[in-house]
Design a protein around this ligand. Structure first.
Ligand SMILES: Cc1cc2nc3c(=O)[nH]c(=O)nc-3n(C[C@H](O)[C@H](O)[C@H](O)COP(=O)(O)O)c2cc1C
Length: 154
């Protein structure tokens, strides 16, 4: 199984976690590639290059980090058929922003589902107001994702 780990970030936290996920997956014997949503063309997303792990934060008032906005715009414009694409989401946010907690990644999640992709595993989240370490949470989250992917081979 080859994973593509994509991140959307404004201050780097999501990129760090995504890189740690890639290193972890490689250590577990999987192929894993890191990608920035900023330089990802939706036309490159297909079942063959997935499954995808998407690590994305929230900025503004429940919005995407600015680096991920062009990706969403391209997804909306191209509206590719993502049937057969499997992905898992790990959202970053801060419960200080109670009304909009972790909503940035949910914007991407809704669009991928609308285009036919299938989310697998639990919806991972990290709250910057907590004492939790984002990488530790992500590494505790990813085995459930892998187990679900392996239980339902593409
Ligand atoms: C200006 C600003 C606005 C933010 N707005 C939200 C928000 O609306 N909801 C939320 O859950 N987190 C919000 N956050 C928190 C970030 O999502 C959180 O700090 C995250 O860890 C940043 O990850 P990144 O470095 O990958 O961008 C905001 C942070 C900043 C600096």
């Amino acid at each position: 199984m080859k994973f593509t780990v994509l991140y959307g970030t404004e201050s780097g936290n999501s990129e760090f976690i995504a890189q740690d996920l890639v290193d972890h997956l490689a250590g577990e014997g999987f192929d894993a590639e890191l990608g920035d949503l900023q330089s990802t063309d939706p036309s490159s997303i297909d079942a063959a290059t997935g499954p995808y792990l998407i690590v994305c934060s929230t900025h503004g008032e429940g919005e995407l980090p600015h680096t991920a906005i062009p990706f969403l715009a391209a997804l909306e414009e191209q509206a590719p058929d993502l049937s057969g694409v499997r992905y898992a989401m790990f959202g970053l946010g801060d419960t200080f922003y109670a009304e909009t907690y972790s909503q940035g990644s949910e914007i991407i999640d809704r669009k991928l589902t609308e285009l036919g992709a299938q989310r697998v595993g639990d919806y991972g989240r990290h709250d910057a107001s907590s004492i939790d370490d984002g990488t530790e949470l992500a590494l505790a989250w990813v085995p459930g994702v892998i187990a679900e992917l392996q239980a339902q081979p593409a």
